[in-house]
Design a protein around this ligand. Sequence first.
Ligand code: ACO
Length: 432
Amino acid sequence: MTDKQYILTGPDPDNTLQLPVLEPTVGPDVLDIAKLYASQGVFTYDPGFAATASCESTITYIDGEQGILLYRGYPIEQLAASSSFVEVAYLLLHGELPSAAELQDFDHTIRTHTMLNESLLRFFNGFHHNAHPMAMISGVVGSMSAFYHDTTDIHDPHDRDVFAHRIIAKIPTIAAAAYKHSLGQPFVYPRNQLSYCENLLHMFFSVPSEEFEVSSVAAEALDLLFILHADHEQNCSTSTVRLAGSSGTNPYSAIAAGISALWGPAHGGANEAVINMLERIGSASHIDEYVDRAKDRNDSFRLMGFGHRVYKSYDPRAQIIREMCHRVLEKLGQSNSPLFELALRLEEIALKDEYFVEKNLYPNVDFYSGIIYQALGIPKSMFTVMFAIARCVGWVTHWREMLADPETRIGRPRQLYVGPARREYTDLKQRS
Ligand code: ACO
């Protein structure tokens, strides 16, 4: 708390409220309005929570004006250049970079929690082969609450750790099972001598009848994408996990809620929508037409992968992924990817357009990620699943932070009611 104060005066000038100002480590001050209703009898109105801090957090910081993203204080560019996804997972969960021994121990723990209960695998048989994988993983992760209900005491820090390790380790196995089910191929069991992303690629692309060698280029590319997707403070899916978790529900159910929230095209589903959009645009000669449609208020079409609630400049993750596209496509012998060329041209045209400039609309993390996923042979319907695997680390970290915070109360927003005032029930016969 600082000495700064905001004084709020209502219709009665004698009834003022001093709003305490909370000072973050970095970023804008935050007004504490917790006593507003008790003192003044009014609520605040903030659709989409654009100006509302829902909690205190020590995990991730974003400066949307400057395009800065820090995990536990470390710039995303440095982590992308030097770290690994498993190390970033440790950093997010524990707040500090691990020592070599701590990293080895954590990596070993994650590697040895990868198998699923066989009964859980049988759940997939209930899904139609063309079910969207996000629907399958949301359902199966939610069902894990039935397997680990009695052994997950959310008030026990040890059980919270075990939950974190289990879900981070098992979600690639669940994702791969969803993929294999959609192909009608046998499930592939995890191989714990492989790294996190190698194992994922092994479970996705190997078949029991043939030898399979994991591509190191693909594993490295995936690892980098996962670092970039691991957390993003109070975004829609993370806030959903926090809100669901605040009731004390089983954490697997809370994660399933987060997966559902991520699926939407305005959030993580945008990576799939970007590729659909680029395929629909088809060639550079059609870009102007689609840019015009995106600007037309009467047309629901939006440039997918563009715009962000927080970033009003270039999303630093999009910048890293765009650079990465050049390198990865070249290594995979796909440097002439027409889709990447089209995306670059679309970005160039949009960033010169007054509408996009005025509204600070820049490519976000989803604009280029699908191009890499596609180059790695991952099907479009699995793009958002890849995002969910990485973001699971962020969801778990936020859930743990929330439960350890003595200030946590059940999340329960208020509303501006604009429906009918009280009226009397009329009998069916008397209604005209
Ligand atoms: N194309 C065209 N216009 C856009 C776009 C876009 N992609 N994004 C925002 N705008 C316009 C809006 O129409 C609005 O215009 P107005 O002020 O004239 O009404 C203005 O920019 C502000 O947009 P809002 O929708 O109010 O911004 P909000 O913060 O609520 O939404 C969002 C952010 C959902 C990301 C939005 O930019 C969007 O729909 N983008 C496309 C989907 C997408 O890429 N989502 C992924 C986001 S990153 C992530 O979640 C992982």
